[in-house]
Design a protein around this ligand. Structure first.
Ligand code: GDP
Length: 314
């Protein structure tokens, strides 16, 4: 099958997910659907902020800030300065251009539009031909239990810089949340599902937990490829390795494979971790060994191409 006809569905969180999604977008264009995480969304000053959806959107539109990994490139922060002048202490950074996204999203939500429709409007306006779908239109929020008590995700992640020791993670609202019709239909059409190298605990699990998507995917018997976000025992960026240490086991690609065992048919292992191949194969996965570090746009496209070629979709 070629990328001309196949449907690729990618599950993605923020920075790591967006990089591979961008590589896949280069090869698949409108054949790509990205299902994004909404459990790290937050409300600030009456605005609904969707950090993961926005990171994917800005990355695919080519306007993401390459240094921070979040926000819009060349953005300014005059609004935050004014908020500070009013005595607010803005712990969550919002650039001026970025804020336009949140203003419009919040406005449309108040008018009764679904987050799915809003995301399609925003991505369409930025010229993105792939489809970006929030996994649900319902409110789901990651809550972490830590040695410093119960914290909402962004307080833990941004304000407390992931310093508290994790004890457990829960997704508030998950039992009531439903998959959108758009997500269900994309999954029905999918020839392959790719789990991007996103944080398994706080980016991918809250996607897989909606209406027990994990079990649905498993039952669908479609090839599911996961790319390890852990290289050489460390996360490329962010707290994934620390989370493995505190919640499951020593961080490694094998630990990621264990996390997805029973779901994933193919596992993309970084060449630096090639010695873990046999142990991962023993979990019943086909292993693809390659360089998974995406430092440049070309890296993203190369990794995406290697996955698609290996799965015979190029
Ligand atoms: P967040 O929501 O912004 O933290 O983003 P994600 O959950 O999508 O991505 C975070 C994960 O991406 C981290 O665990 C990183 O190790 C991983 N990551 C970031 N860049 C790369 C990369 O170039 N290659 C791989 N394999 N993983 C990456």
């Amino acid at each position: 099958m070629s990328t001309e006809t196949c449907h690729i569905v990618a599950l993605a969180g923020g920075v790591g997910g967006a990089k591979l999604a961008d590589g896949l977008y280069h090869h698949c264009g409108e054949r790509l659907t990205i299902i994004g995480n909404v459990a790290d969304d937050l409300e600030l000053w009456g605005l609904r902020i969707c950090p993961d959806l926005d990171t994917v959107m800005y990355t695919l539109a080519g306007v993401a800030n390459p240094t921070t990994g979040w926000g819009v490139k060349d953005d300014t922060f005059a609004m935050l300065d004014m908020l500070a002048a009013y005595g607010e202490s803005p712990w969550f950074k919002l650039g001026d251009k970025d804020t336009a996204t949140h203003i419009l999203r919040s406005h449309w939500l108040r008018q009764g539009m679904r987050l799915t429709e809003i995301t399609q409007r925003l991505t369409g306006a930025l010229g993105i031909e792939a489809t970006l779908l929030p996994v649900t239109d319902d409110d789901v929020r990651t809550i972490v239990h830590t040695d410093e008590g119960v914290l909402d995700f962004q307080t833990y992640f941004v304000a407390r810089r992931c310093e508290p020791v994790l004890q457990s993670i829960m997704f508030r609202g998950i039992e009531r949340a439903t998959l959108t019709p758009e997500v269900k239909s994309a999954l029905k059409e999918a020839d392959i599902v790719i789990i991007c190298p996103s944080n398994p605990f706080v980016s991918i699990d809250p996607i897989l937990a909606v209406e027990n998507l994990r079990a649905r995917l498993w039952a669908q018997a479609v090839p599911i490829v996961a790319v390890s976000p852990i290289i050489g025992g460390e996360a490329v960026k962010g707290p994934a390795a620390k989370m493995f240490r505190e919640l499951e086991q020593e961080p490694s690609a094998l630990a990621v494979a264990h996390h997805y065992a029973g779901l994933v048919s193919h596992f993309v292992l970084d060449e630096r971790d090639a010695d873990q191949r046999d142990a991962i194969e023993a979990l019943g996965m086909h292993v693809i060994v390659t360089d998974t570090l995406m430092q440049t746009r070309e890296d993203r496209q190369r990794l995406a191409q290697q996955i698609l070629e290996r799965m015979e979709y190029v």
